[in-house]
Design a protein around this ligand. Structure first.
Ligand SMILES: Cc1cc2nc3c(=O)[nH]c(=O)nc-3n(C[C@H](O)[C@H](O)[C@H](O)COP(=O)(O)OP(=O)(O)OC[C@H]3O[C@@H](n4cnc5c(N)ncnc54)[C@H](O)[C@@H]3O)c2cc1C
Length: 496
C-alpha cells in the first residue's frame, strides 16, 4: 500500500521492525523479501509517485543541488541534478521519485567478475568473495527475470548457435538486458504483484532528515513530507522507530545522509567511483577480425535475427581484458566493441574523489548540500593507455584496425554515466571502510547500507544486478538477526 507522508500526522511516531529508506532496486528488493518473510517493514521514499519521473525534476533540482568539483567542473557541472547540456541523451544521473533511478535505467546486467573481489596494487578488494555472492546472484537473476544466471560466452554461443571470438588477452563478456516490462521497480510486477501491492507500508513524499543515534544505536529517523506548493515547504514531520534501519538512497545521498547525522566513521563519503564513459564515437574498431558467427555473439543474434526470450531479455557481448592481463599490467577492466564506440572503464578508487557537506544549504529543509569531487588519476590513464594498446595489437594480429584518442582528449569527454560507486565502502577494518561485510555501518549496531555505495571497487559490469544480489543477502542477514519468521528466498515470490 502506498501512503503519502502528508497523511502521517505532524509529530506522529510509526514503530516497525525494519525501516528502509529509498525505493530504488536496492530498497525495494530488501523490503519485498523481508515483507514476504513475515517481518513488519516500512519503506520510505523522499520523492513522490508521479506518472513519469521527469515530473519530479523540479523538486529534485531543489533538493539534490550542491557543488560538483574536479573533473565535474568541465565535463558534467550539473551532475548532481540534471544532465549536462548536450549530453541529455547519455545520462540523467539520479532520480528522486518512487522507483528511484530504475525509472529510466538501461536494464543491462552482468555479475561482477571474480577479479573485482581481489585485492591487488591500486585496488582494495572486497571483504567477501565472488563465490560468496554466487547464490545471491542466482536469486537476483530470478528477481530481474533474466534468462538464467549463466553469463558465460560458451553458454551464449550455444544459445545463439554462434562462436566465441579468440582475441589474445581479451575475454568475451556477455551482458543480458532485462525485458522492458521489468526494469522499473516501481511499476513492474514480482510474480504478478507490484511492490506496492506486496509491501504493507510504502510512504512516498517522506524525506529522511536525520538519523537519530546515541551510544552506537539508532533510535529513530526524523522524516518530513512536503506540501504541494512550489517551491514546496515542509508539511509534516514525524518519527519512525525500528529494530533495524537500511539506507538505500543511492551512493551520493547515502553518504550525505550519514554525514548530515554525524553517523558512521571518517571513511564515509570517500572513494566515489563510477564507470567513466567517453563520447559515443571516441573509439573506432574496424576490419573483419572475427568470424560472422563470432560477430553474432557480440550482437546477440541467432542465424535468423536478434535473439530475445519470452520475457523480453536480449543479450550482447563486449571484449574485456582477461583477469591475467589485468593482474600482469596492473590495470582495471574496460570494454571494447566493434565499430565506433565509447570507452568505458573501471576507475581506480581515489581518495580525492569524495563526498563532503557543502557550506550552502538546500532551500527547502535548510540542510547542508552535497559537495562532490570527481578525479581520474594516473592509474586510470595507465588502464586506458595499456588496454587500448593491447587491444590494438590483439586485433591488429587478426587483420583489424583500431583508432583511439589521446588520454587528454578522452579525459575531456568523460561523464559519470549513472553508476555511482563507493562512498560507504565495505571493509572488515573500520579504518578502511564505512560498513562491514554484513553492510552494517561501523560503530552503529542497527544501521545498514544497501546499494553500490558499499562496493569497494566497481569492476566493469553494470552495478544493479550486484546491488540486487547484495540486497537479497542483506535481507537474509536481517532475517537471521531479527529471528527468522520464514525462509528468505525468491521462491517465496513464486508461491505468492
Ligand atoms: C541513464 C542511466 C542508465 C543506467 N543504466 C543502467 C544499466 O543498464 N544497468 C545497471 O546495472 N545500472 C544502470 N544504471 C544505474 C542504476 O540506475 C542504479 O545502479 C540503480 O538505480 C541504483 O539503485 P539504488 O536503489 O541503489 O538507488 P536509486 O535507484 O538511485 O534509488 C534511491 C532512492 O532513494 C531516494 N532518496 C534519496 N534521498 C532520500 C531521502 N533523504 N529520504 C528518502 N528517500 C531518499 C531517491 O528518491 C531514490 O528513489 C543506470 C543509471 C542511469 C542514470
Amino acid at each position: 500500500m502506498i501512503l503519502d507522508g502528508r497523511d502521517i500526522g505532524d509529530g506522529g511516531v510509526i514503530a516497525t521492525q525494519v525501516c528502509i529508506v529509498g525505493s530504488g532496486p536496492a530498497g525495494i528488493t530488501a523490503a519485498l523479501l523481508l515483507q514476504k518473510a513475515g517481518y513488519k517493514v516500512v519503506l520510505i521514499e523522499g520523492g513522490r509517485n508521479p506518472g513519469y519521473y521527469q515530473e519530479s525534476w523540479a523538486e529534485k533540482n531543489l533538493l539534490y543541488a550542491g557543488q560538483a568539483e574536479g573533473l565535474f567542473t568541465t565535463n558534467e557541472p550539473d551532475f548532481l541534478i540534471q544532465p549536462y547540456a548536450g549530453q541529455s541523451a547519455r545520462g540523467w544521473e539520479r532520480e528522486r521519485v518512487y522507483g528511484g533511478t530504475s525509472t529510466h535505467w538501461g536494464g543491462q546486467t552482468r555479475p561482477l567478475d571474480p577479479i573485482t573481489f581481489e585485492a591487488r596494487p591500486g585496488f582494495p578488494g572486497w571483504p567477501i568473495t565472488y563465490e560468496d555472492l554466487i547464490p545471491y546472484y542466482a536469486q537476483a537473476a530470478k528477481l530481474c527475470v533474466l534468462h538464467g544466471d549463466d553469463f558465460s560466452a560458451d553458454y551464449w554461443a550455444g544459445v545463439l548457435s554462434a562462436e566465441v571470438p579468440d582475441i589474445a588477452g581479451f575475454d568475451t563478456e556477455m551482458y543480458q538486458f532485462m525485458g522492458g516490462a521489468y526494469t522499473n521497480f516501481a511499476t513492474r510486477t514480482f510474480d504478478g504483484v507490484t511492490a506496492a501491492e506486496a509491501i504493507a507500508e510504502i510512504i512516498v513524499n517522506a524525506t529522511l532528515l536525520e538519523i537519530q543515534h546515541a551510544g552506537g544505536v539508532v533510535q529513530g529517523l526524523r522524516v518530513a513530507s512536503l506540501d504541494t506548493s512550489f517551491p514546496p515547504a515542509k508539511a509534516t514531520e514525524f518519527t519512525i522507530t525500528a529494530d533495524v534501519y537500511v539506507l538505500a538512497c543511492g551512493a551520493v545521498e547515502n553518504a550525505r545522509q550519514l554525514l548530515l547525522s554525524e553517523a558512521g566513521n571518517d571513511q564515509v563519503g570517500r572513494y566515489f567511483q563510477c564507470h567513466p564513459l567517453s563520447g559515443g564515437s571516441a573509439l573506432s574498431v574496424s576490419g573483419n577480425f572475427i568470424s560472422p558467427a563470432a560477430m553474432r555473439l557480440i550482437k546477440g543474434q541467432t542465424p535468423t535475427g536478434t535473439w530475445t526470450d519470452d520475457n523480453g531479455v536480449t543479450v550482447q557481448g563486449r571484449f574485456s581484458p582477461s583477469a591475467d592481463i589485468q593482474r600482469q599490467y596492473g590495470i582495471g577492466s574496460c570494454w571494447f566493441r566493434p565499430y565506433t564506440s565509447s570507452y568505458y572503464f573501471e576507475m581506480r578508487p581515489n581518495d580525492e574523489s569524495r563526498i563532503t557537506l557543502a557550506d550552502t544549504v538546500d532551500p527547502v529543509f535548510g540542510q547542508p548540500q552535497t559537495r562532490i569531487r570527481w578525479e581520474v588519476g594516473p592509474g586510470d590513464q595507465h588502464t586506458y593507455e595499456t588496454s587500448t594498446l593491447l587491444f590494438q595489437e590483439a586485433i591488429g594480429a587478426l587483420g583489424g584496425q583500431f583508432y583511439y584518442p589521446s588520454w587528454e582528449d578522452l579525459k575531456s569527454q568523460l561523464i559519470v554515466n549513472g553508476h555511482h560507486i563507493g562512498t560507504t565502502r565495505m571493509s572488515a577494518d573500520p579504518a578502511k571502510g564505512a560498513v562491514d561485510a554484513d553492510l552494517r555501518v561501523h560503530g552503529l549496531d542497527n544501521l545498514y547500507v544497501a546499494g553500490s555505495s558499499v562496493f569497494p571497487q566497481g569492476g566493469i559490469s553494470n552495478p544493479t544486478l550486484t546491488i540486487v544480489a547484495l540486497s537479497v543477502r542483506l535481507a537474509e542477514h536481517l532475517g537471521e538477526r531479527l529471528g527468522r519468521a520464514r525462509p528468505l528466498r525468491t521462491a517465496e515470490l513464486e508461491d505468492a
